[in-house]
Write a protein that binds this ligand. Structure first.
Ligand code: 4NP
Length: 162
C-alpha cells in the first residue's frame, strides 16, 4: 500500500513580496512537482511590509521564472496572524526578514521561523540577498539559490517528517 503523504504548510516571507518570496514559492512548488516525494507541501508567500499590496510580482521575477519555465501566479500582500497560524514553517529570505518576523509575530509563533538558507548540509547558512535595486543577473542568482534551497528543504522535510 502506498503510504499517505505528510501534509506541511510553508509560508515564504520577504520584505516587499514582489521579488524573492513569490519566486521562492514558485521554485519550491516546481521542485516539489518534479521530484517525487512523500511530503506534500502547501505554500504561500507574503511580505513583512504592505508596500506593494495588490501588485503583481516584479517584472524581473516574472522574467526569470519564464526563462526557467517555472509557473508563477502572484498578488503581493502583507503577512497576517492567520498566515502565521496556518504555517508549520515560516521561512524568511534574509536576517532582516527574520528580525521583523520576530517583532511582528507573537512569541508562540517564533519556533516556526527559519532562514531559508539554514536547511543545508551543515555549511554556513546563507541569505537570499534583496535583488530589488540590482539588475536581472541578481535575479538569476536568486533563482539559482532558491533552487538549491528548495532541494535542501525538501530533503530536510523528508528526513524529519516521513
Ligand atoms: P523583496 O524585494 O523583498 O524580495 O520583494 C523588495 C521589493 C520592494 C522593496 C524592497 C525589496 N521596496 O523597497 O519597495
Amino acid at each position: 500500500m502506498t503510504p499517505k503523504k505528510v501534509e506541511i504548510n510553508i509560508l515564504f516571507v520577504c520584505l516587499g513580496n514582489i521579488c524573492r518570496s513569490p519566486m521562492a514559492k514558485a521554485v519550491f512548488d516546481y521542485t516539489q512537482a518534479t521530484k517525487g516525494n512523500f511530503v506534500h507541501c502547501h505554500t504561500r508567500s507574503v511580505g513583512t511590509s504592505g508596500f506593494h499590496e495588490g501588485d503583481p510580482a516584479d517584472v524581473r521575477t516574472i522574467q526569470i521564472c519564464a526563462i526557467h519555465a517555472v509557473p508563477l501566479h502572484h498578488t503581493a500582500r502583507k503577512i497576517t496572524a492567520e498566515d502565521a497560524a496556518w504555517a508549520e514553517y515560516i521561512i524568511g529570505m534574509d536576517h532582516a526578514n527574520i528580525d521583523v518576523l520576530h517583532q511582528l509575530l507573537s512569541v508562540s509563533f517564533h519556533p516556526k521561523i527559519h532562514l531559508f538558507g539554514e536547511f543545508t548540509d551543515g555549511s554556513q547558512p546563507s541569505e537570499v540577498a534583496d535583488p530589488y535595486w540590482s539588475d536581472l543577473d541578481a535575479f538569476e542568482q536568486v533563482y539559482q539559490q532558491l533552487s538549491r534551497f528548495s532541494c535542501n528543504l525538501l530533503e530536510y522535510l523528508h528526513a524529519r517528517h516521513v
